[in-house]
Design a protein around this ligand. Structure first.
Ligand code: SAH
Length: 192
């Protein structure tokens, strides 16, 4: 209910694949991690957008960090955090250029649909930054995601599949709302 109050993207960029995770789905992912005792330490949200995972992780007791390349999204994320009294550290930058360390990553990155390969640095950074990551990816790319993680020494398990409604926020969407199947993964890595 708290996350339902957060603002989304003012002017979503198609190139950056800016879709907010719906609050009920974000809440479910956060509760899964919380029920496993994984929100105790430092939680890193890569491509945090307007901050739903970072803010939610902070409300559930973690030291949350949100990273995004888009200053406008981060401004909204900061407002969202302060509206809910969440203490999140936000960092402006490209995930490719940052080295971050944490106990857990939670991310809904670009799916690599608009910018081919945009999902790859997120998978790699997630595995480097923490031993465990929850990561959302287009279910159509399941084989690719698994292979990408496994060839880099990690393990990738699908924990569930969600239907993401896609609001008509980009000019190339003809229907009001479409849906895309999205897999929730748990990545485990040795070096994270
Ligand atoms: N995690 C948010 C936003 C998902 S949209 C949520 O679930 O609601 C994907 C986000 O990744 C966008 O905010 C976009 O600006 C950001 N992004 C895309 N490429 C990036 C990059 N190379 N480095 C950092 N952030 C990036």
């Amino acid at each position: 209910m708290e996350l339902e109050r957060l603002d989304g993207f003012d002017d979503p960029s198609a190139k950056l694949e800016q879709y907010s995770t719906p609050a009920p789905i974000a809440a479910e992912v956060l509760h899964l991690a919380h029920s496993r005792g994984e929100l105790e330490g430092r939680v890193v949200d890569l491509g945090c957008g307007t901050g739903v995972f970072a803010v939610g992780a902070s409300l559930l007791g973690s030291d949350a960090i949100g990273v995004d390349v888009d200053p406008g999204a981060l401004e909204t994320a900061r407002e969202n955090a302060s509206a809910l009294g969440a203490g999140v550290e936000f960092i402006l930058g490209d995930v490719e250029d940052l080295e971050l360390e944490g106990d857990l990553v939670i991310q809904n990155p670009p799916f690599g649909a608009q910018s081919h390969g945009a999902d790859r640095p997120f998978m790699e950074r997630a595995m480097e930054a923490a031993p465990v990551a929850y990561s959302l990816h287009n279910a159509a790319t399941r084989d690719f995601v698994r292979r990408h993680v496994e060839t880099r020494g990690g393990r990738a398990r699908v924990e569930g599949t969600y239907e993401f409604p896609i609001p008509r926020s980009h000019h190339f969407h003809r229907r009001d709302v479409g849906a895309v199947k999205v897999d929730l993964y748990r990545f485990e890595s040795e070096d994270g």
